[in-house]
Design a protein around this ligand. Structure first.
Ligand SMILES: Cc1cc2nc3c(=O)[nH]c(=O)nc-3n(C[C@H](O)[C@H](O)[C@H](O)COP(=O)(O)OP(=O)(O)OC[C@H]3O[C@@H](n4cnc5c(N)ncnc54)[C@H](O)[C@@H]3O)c2cc1C
Length: 436
């Protein structure tokens, strides 16, 4: 149907309610790393988040576990990601010490949205980050190639916020897109990885659960019988910290756009439709699930991919294949290429050989079209395939950490991000405890 339009313009004086040296928009793993790093390095830092809590996909999307981005059994993501794990750990009963040294198994990286939320806020408050929850980025004012002001929408209506440096950690590059930056979207065909509505089931008798293969055979039969309709090729589940709870990352909603409001709405409905079928199927056929009940459902459909911002540097999947290294590396990544088929069934996984890693250079987080904009988290200047590797939460946090540190260094040295020496940034990150 042809889209009709209506003319509408806003011209109004709005109050400038928020000021900072550095404004980070988006409080997911990337925004957490960015805001804490900027504040710790002396910048007056404001973190703006559309929801009333931090954590991004770890909380709103109920994503778990944190994928291991390890080298020789040790997490590569330090210090802020490791501190986030420790902050979460404090909320668990009978847990002394750190989760960080024992990262070899996923068991130790299982999180739940509540401890992720609390731990992230603890780190921000302890670092002096100012928080503005319930504020959504609405628009941006660009003057002479720089963002001067962001316009926010909240229950108060429209308000403005000003800073010297901005960091886009919205996951979807909302800020960069509104500022007019060159953007990439999805793969060469313009399709993104599918969405997933995550959920957890309680009341599971884990001792009676079948192995994954048998569950997948049951799933295939259920699909063949028309009892379950989901394009995913198998049932993806993870153990959790609770005795009788299993986490499912198994619904699949393909060919919907994360940056189209109505498609997002449709995706939520489709995700819950699939969830209802999974619940019925598991209760009926899967040993151990006979008396299961819903434990929790993500409050936001899980978004793996949408826009990426073109930076002053761009790297592709060859960085993974050739384990490329850079003098101005800001993060090291071992996590696999992990592409859930944008069109439906199938997942492409390519693992990094043991003991190897690739690096992300500083230029991938410096927006090329706006002089005071850095990018943290997943929407950085890499191609679709490489994004599938560096998007997971531990490196997303480290990428944010580098953006926040760079912002503080730029303020101190009175430089634009593109003028900052990435080698000096790497040194600074190492001095903070980063594994670089
Ligand atoms: C279904 C699914 C399963 C996954 N599985 C795993 C896994 O098992 N392990 C793993 O490590 N990673 C996994 N990932 C990847 C990981 O969760 C994300 O890539 C990661 O969270 C990206 O971090 P981020 O901070 O860049 O973005 P996000 O986590 O998306 O955070 C973005 C933040 O910005 C806020 N925001 C967005 N737009 C605006 C706006 N306009 N104004 C204000 N605030 C805004 C959001 O509310 C959110 O808090 C998965 C992702 C999905 C979707």
């Amino acid at each position: 149907m042809e889209q009709t339009t209506v003319k509408y313009s806003i011209s109004q004086q709005i109050p400038i309610t928020l000021h900072a040296d550095v404004i980070v928009i988006g409080g997911g793993p990337g925004g957490l790393g960015a805001a804490v790093a900027a504040a710790r390095n002396g910048a007056d830092t404001l973190l703006i988040e559309r929801y009333g809590f931090l954590g991004g996909m770890a909380t709103a999307g109920e994503v778990s576990p944190f994928m291991a981005n390890n080298l020789n059994g040790q997490s590569l993501d330090r210090p802020i990601y490791a501190e986030w794990l420790d902050a979460m750990h404090k909320y668990l009963p009978n847990c002394n010490g750190s989760m960080v040294p024992v990262v070899g198994s996923y068991k130790h990286l299982m999180v739940n949205k509540d401890i992720a939320m609390l731990g992230a806020e603890d780190l921000c408050l302890a670092s002096g980050v100012k928080l503005a929850y319930h504020h959504t980025l609405f628009d941006v004012i660009v003057e002479a190639g720089k963002i001067s002001t962001v316009i926010l929408m909240s229950k108060s209506g429209l308000t403005a916020a000003k800073a010297k440096i901005f960091i886009d950690c919205t996951g979807d590059a909302d800020l960069a897109a509104k500022a007019g930056c060159e953007i990439e979207y999805g793969n060469d065909d313009g399709h993104c990885q599918p969405m997933t509505l995550c959920f957890k089931l309680a009341g599971v008798d884990k001792n009676r659960m079948t192995d994954r293969n048998i569950l997948n055979e049951l799933y295939d039969s259920g699909k063949a019988a028309g009892e379950i309709n989901c394009p995913r090729e198998n049932v993806l589940w993870f153990d959790t910290l609770e005795d009788d709870v299993i986490h499912f990352n198994t619904t699949r909603i393909a060919m919907k756009s994360a940056i189209n409001g109505l498609e997002l709405s449709e995706a939520e409905i489709e995700g819950r439709r699939q969830l209802r079928e999974y619940l019925t199927f598991l209760r009926k056929y899967a040993p151990g699930f006979e008396h299961t009940r819903i434990h929790s459902i993500a409050s936001h459909i899980g978004l793996r991919e949408s826009r990426r911002v073109r930076g002053i540097k761009y790297i592709g999947v060859e960085a993974f294949e050739q384990t490329q290294k850079f003098a101005d590396a800001i993060a090291k990544v071992t996590y696999s290429i992990d592409i859930h088929n944008p069109k439906g069934s199938g997942t492409t996984i390519k693992q990094m050989p043991a003991g190897k890693w690739y690096e992300i250079p500083y230029g991938c987080i410096v927006a090329k079209d706006i002089t005071n904009l850095l990018v943290g988290g997943r929407p950085i200047s890499v191609d679709h395939a490489l994004h599938s590797s560096c998007r997971v939460m531990p490196p997303a946090c480290s990428i944010g950490q580098a953006a926040g540190t760079a912002a503080a260094m730029c303020l101190e040295q009175q430089l634009a991000p593109a003028e900052l020496d990435g080698v000096m940034l790497r040194k600074k990150l190492k001095s903070m405890g980063a594994d670089l």
